[in-house]
Design a protein around this ligand. Structure first.
Ligand code: F3S
Length: 397
């Protein structure tokens, strides 16, 4: 790899031990993927923040980097294992909380903004079209590449931190035009609305891409999509298909930039959509947990939930997972009071997947196909996908 004098200095240790280690990680990655050079990144989003995932080994690595490491670009965090202010109410143990705080403190020492969210684009970490970034959360990577038209590979925790501490990433993969064109045409001949059905669509397309061994779908037939629907689609297609980039005709900014994929289109009809939706509803459900906000809820979704919960009382554990700055907007708007008066709980900074909830609940209803996948796989829950309205109805039954 051709390095600039500044990058070479970092590699030689002139900028300290953490920058040296970071440049070693990035050059190794660059060599593996045949990158010719580094590219400057405008922001970083780091995943692997929950102590449940990191453990002591991960924490030791962070402590080591925090000895002299300082971030060079705007850097935010993925959800942690708990709400940093409200963890007791959510049933998190003191031992877990202590360790989670140690993790967040290590990031803070390096100058990371400790907003823990998988929707950094809602809370100020938002690149513009064509900017290079180094993000790690799969749903946010897909959103940044596809919906914003920024450029990022799907980073791991250590490589994202290395980019934060150097402001660089190796230029390969989705940073290059040649890897951003659509590979397979998908025609949606179905009426798709709502975060739940966009998530189901993401599952169908993700599953199909895995079977075809392809990465980047070129999707037609969607007349419009809200930001919330797109974030749900991104989370799902990234989960089921490992997809980091898609193009959607008339919706995403790069859909006309590259030649359309050759060959016929694979079609998804209404029956396919409903059948796939059914696969995200388990038998013998005893729903005792409701969660909305995967990816983290927008202010518009929180407003909707507040409207649905007015003058109602919840009868089951109901979490609304969101970024703390969005929760603060909800506080000011009066939505939080309505939601909390009804007995629902905000779980800011965290989510139903990364919080240590295994064994606490039997069955969960969510509006997210991604949360269904991880609810089953990681937290051993039975799951049901539903609209936000159905989630609230279940919570207040
Ligand atoms: Fe975000 Fe957790 Fe879903 S990190 S995308 S809310 S699984």
């Amino acid at each position: 790899m051709k390095l600039t004098p500044e990058e070479q200095d970092m590699l030689n240790g002139k900028h300290g031990k953490a920058a040296k280690k970071s440049m070693e990680i990035l050059t190794t990655l660059g060599e593996i993927f045949d990158a010719n050079c580094m590219v400057d990144v405008s922001s970083v989003q780091i995943a692997g923040v929950s102590y449940a995932n990191l453990g002591e080994a991960g924490l030791d690595f962070l402590d080591e980097m925090a000895k002299d490491g300082k971030v060079k670009v705007l850097t935010t965090l993925n959800p942690a294992g708990m709400d940093r202010e409200n963890w007791q109410t959510l049933g998190i143990s003191e031992a877990f909380a202590t360790n989670q705080i140690r993790v967040i403190d290590a990031f803070a020492k390096m100058g990371v903004i400790t907003t823990c969210s998988c929707t950094p684009y809602f809370v100020g970490n938002v690149p513009h079209f064509g900017q290079h970034v180094a993000w790690a959360e799969s749903s946010a990577v897909c959103y940044a590449n596809s919906v914003i038209g920024a450029r990022t590979n799907r980073e791991g925790g250590p490589s994202a931190l290395a980019s934060a501490l150097t402001g660089k990433t190796p230029k390969y993969g989705y940073h290059l035009d040649e890897n951003r064109h659509g590979q397979v045409s998908i025609k949606v001949a179905a009426h798709v609305t709502g975060t739940d059905r966009f998530g189901v669509l993401g599952k169908i397309i993700g599953d199909k891409l895995i079977r075809l061994g392809k990465n980047t779908p070129f999707i037609t037939g969607i007349p419009s999509a809200t930001v919330e629907e797109l974030k749900s689609f991104c989370a799902s297609v990234a989960t089921y298909g490992g997809t980091a980039l898609f193009h959607m005709e008339g919706i995403t900014p790069e859909f006309e930039r590259y030649p359309k994929p050759s060959g016929g289109a694979f079609e998804i009809n209404q029956e396919d959509l409903e059948k796939a939706r059914f696969t995200l509803i388990d038998d013998e459900l005893e729903i005792d947990f409701v969660s909305v906000g995967c990816p983290h809820a927008s202010i518009s979704e929180i407003r909707k939930i507040a409207g649905l919960l007015k003058r109602k009382k919840v009868t089951k554990e109901f979490w609304i997972t969101t970024a703390r700055p969005i929760k603060r907007v909800a506080d000011e708007a009066g939505y939080s009071k309505i939601i909390e008066d009804a007995g629902a709980k905000f779980a800011a900074d965290t989510c139903c997947v990364v919080a240590p909830i295994k064994g606490r609940f039997k069955s969960m209803i969510v509006d997210s196909a991604k949360a269904c996948y991880y609810g089953r796989a990681r937290n051993k829950l039975k799951v049901k996908i539903g609209t936000i309205e159905e989630c609230v109805e279940e919570a207040t039954k």
